[in-house]
Design a protein around this ligand. Sequence first.
Ligand code: ADP
Ligand code: ZN
Length: 736
Amino acid sequence: MRRSPLKPETVELAPLERAGILLPLPLAGAYDYKLPRGVDAPRGAVVMAPLGNRETLGVVWGPAEGTVGDNRLKIAQPLDGAPRLPESLCDFIDWVADYTVNPPGAILAMALRSRTAFEPENLRTAYVKGDALPAKLSEARKRALAVADDGLARSVSGLAEDANVTPAVIRGLIAAGALKPTSLPEFAPFALPKADFTAPRLNDEQAGAAAHLRQAVADQKFSAHLLDGVTGSGKTEVYFEAIAQALRQDRQVLILLPEIALTVQFLDRFAARFGVRPAEWHSDLSQKERRRTFRAVMRGDARVVVGARSSLFLPFDELGLIIVDEEHEQAFKQQDGAIYHARDMAVVRARFAACPLILSSATPSLETFINAQTGRYSHLKLHARHGVAQMPCVKIVDLRREHNPDDVAKWLSAPLRAALGETLAAGEQAILFLNRRGYAPLTLCEACGHKLTCPNCSSWLVEHRYKKRLACHQCGYEIAAPSACPECKAEGTLIACGPGVERVAEELAHFFSDARYAIASSDTMHGPAETQGAIRAMAKGEIDVLIGTQIVAKGHHFPQLTLVGVIDADLGGSDGDLRARERTFQLLHQVSGRAGRAEKPGLVLLQTRNPDDAVMAALASGDRDAFYAQEAEFRSRAGAPPYGRLAAVIVSGYDGDTVREIARQLGKFAPSAKDVKVWGPTPAFYALLRGQTRERLLVQAAKGVDMQAYMRAWLAAVKIPAAIRVAVDVDPVSFF
Ligand code: ADP
Ligand code: ZN
């Protein structure tokens, strides 16, 4: 398949009687259809197309191929109101499909997620003042008519409420012709954000960065910018200035956030700056909200959208700016279905839209950092926290030396307990960070050594002691905590191994019985409401200690928080994964950045058994760039990204033997090519996941290799049975 050029191409389609129509399904490409004579249906026009014995949405994609005889072609119908995906979105979809080695229809499906968005608009009936005057005018009727005098259309109940009369009064006026019906659009329009609603006074460094970004927006062409500033330096305030500029120029803005959990706070902050909340787009929205936002974006009524990665596929036609906040976050990588990295695809979307892109982070991904260093992106730095706040002091606690066999404490070292004592005595707050949910990650039988594992996944069952249950964090499988070993049936021999956040909380309560604490972890056991509740309680000062997983590391601003204790800084640092060190650094840096964000100075204690590790050293010294230089050196020597290219193939299915056989064949038929090496197959990290067996292969190639062409040629060489899924992950960021 042809790689689409980055420059949008115009497709000559008129006069249209036949067209290639792309369906939102993982089919090979566009299909030929006939269109009713005389309709104008350019590329992007949304149609209803018959498919088998049903109908599906489709999009006019290009000229017909013309291989099918006219009489065999079915007729696709353009929709009322002639909705159309912008051409820049169509080009983007083609590009993403090509890059991620997916059929374009699979990518189009992501753009047509809101199935009801194209249905005719429902109208609401409302009433305005009519021409007739009723013979009898009671006080209530007079009041209602006085309210209606302003000319606004209201529903029966709305008018009754505004006039403080019963609905019966309103209905009487309608019957008398004193009020007449009119119709209102189904949804109230999105209010326009105001560029100058309130604007902070920026400090010099912020002002410099803001001026640069305003200019980029004014230029209305593609450019990429890394907004690289320490936590609390005002990156958000700075990119708000770029948004203001886009609003002044009447352009649309897309802001990508890594997690829905962060949106609520963000919406309020946006409203404080621009007067109204922006539109939202993520998986928690109802069908109706999706429909509303999708239509408003397509018509240009929604000027600013805050969303998760899928918002990249919304039909913006007037994009003037894209922002990716916390650009290093792995959550931007979509792992299910078509596998893509929203940050990388945002760069491409910005190119097609000819607008600037801002990547914001205190700990950029190495890829982005190198792009900024080599000048492909502009590098805007904010070195200091805004105002009087200072960066926290980071200290290492060497667990090998602190270990005292007589100590009853298992997870809170003596220095951490001492610091907690001081913090609580001063009436300040602390976070205890451990990236492990539940009570204990492993339950083991002391008698026979049996480990409690999930029947559907190759993973341990995690104990959740509050709920007295064991759960699989991969598939959600759950059982009541057993009293006897399921293997050897011995009673009372099951022991909890290692800590989770609940266990740390237990130890905290033991040593500091007066401390008020809460646990925050994204969890099947503790829902998002509970997590939000814990975070709100922390912000209001209703608790002293917040014990949490990575959910507490992100974006929160707790002015009274002066101590961060990292229970196990070594977690996730040493498992052969290419990005494990970078990720550990980013996460620990981010959680450290919660401390001392206001007047009071912050202290961070990192408990580790590897105090000499480069990650620990970089965190303690604050010399981030030295760490990046070293990582870059490692990757360069290994030919790893961004100095070389990687792609993974994941073979999965319920029949383990077939999965292994297909993986073996893929390994055998891998084409040999210059500068390309294929590793595997090997069982994936989760060799069993939700009941499916998984095998992986990894392709490593030099930078100049056309990875997509290689992958296509390869996959075409092996016949894949329908029950087996072969997923391609170009530029993998994790290797589960
Ligand atoms: P970052 O996004 O870099 O972590 P924020 O933009 O969240 O930083 O800023 C941190 C805090 O400092 C926020 O409460 C923000 O409102 C405040 N702040 C930053 N810059 C200014 C400024 N120029 N004037 C007033 N407050 C500011
Ligand atoms: Zn499971």
